[in-house]
Design a binder for this molecule. Structure first.
Ligand code: CA
Ligand code: CA
Length: 145
C-alpha cells in the first residue's frame, strides 16, 4: 500500500468529494484536492504545476483553488487562481491553512482536508457567491499523483 493510500481510505476519499460538492454549493469557485507522496521541487512550485496539469486555470472567473498535499513531506499548499488573488487580501487563505494545520498536527488528516475544503468554500462565497447559472467546471474527485 502506498503512503497516499494509507493516508486516505476509499471511504474517506468519498467523504472529501462530498465536502467539495457541499462547498461548491456556496460559491461559483471550484475546489480541487490533489494528494501525492512527495515532490522534488518546492511545494509551491509543484502546486502550481499540478494546478496547470489539472487545467484549473480554465475557469470562467479564474476562481479555482487547489489544495495540494505532499504526504511524506508533511506539507500542503493552498493555491488560488488569479481571479481570486485580484480581489482578496494577501492573507486570504490563512484561516483555511490554520484550520487544516491544527487538524493535521493531531493526525486527523481526513477531517483536516474536509474542514479545509468547507472553509475554502465559505471564504470564497463572499467574493464569488454561487449563482443559478453556475456550472461545475472542474471534477470534484480527489486527484492523486
Ligand atoms: Ca462552479
Ligand atoms: Ca467542481
Amino acid at each position: 500500500m502506498s503512503s497516499v493510500e494509507k493516508f486516505l481510505s476509499f471511504d474517506e476519499e468519498q467523504e472529501i468529494v462530498q465536502a467539495i460538492i457541499k462547498a461548491e454549493r456556496n460559491t461559483s469557485g471550484e475546489i480541487r484536492v490533489h494528494i501525492e507522496r512527495t515532490t522534488e521541487i518546492s511545494h509551491f512550485d509543484r502546486a502550481l504545476e499540478v494546478f496547470g496539469k489539472l487545467k484549473m486555470d480554465n475557469t470562467k472567473q479564474q476562481n479555482a483553488v487547489l489544495i495540494y498535499i505532499a504526504v511524506d513531506d508533511h506539507q500542503f499548499v493552498i493555491y488560488g487562481d488569479k481571479g481570486i488573488n485580484e480581489v482578496v487580501p494577501d492573507n486570504f487563505w490563512e484561516g483555511t491553512k490554520n484550520t487544516m494545520q491544527n487538524l493535521f498536527k493531531r493526525g486527523e488528516f481526513k477531517q483536516g482536508i474536509i474542514k479545509g475544503v468547507l472553509k475554502a468554500g465559505e471564504e470564497l462565497k463572499e467574493h464569488f457567491p454561487w449563482n443559478a447559472d453556475d456550472k461545475d467546471e472542474l471534477p470534484n474527485e480527489v486527484s492523486k499523483g
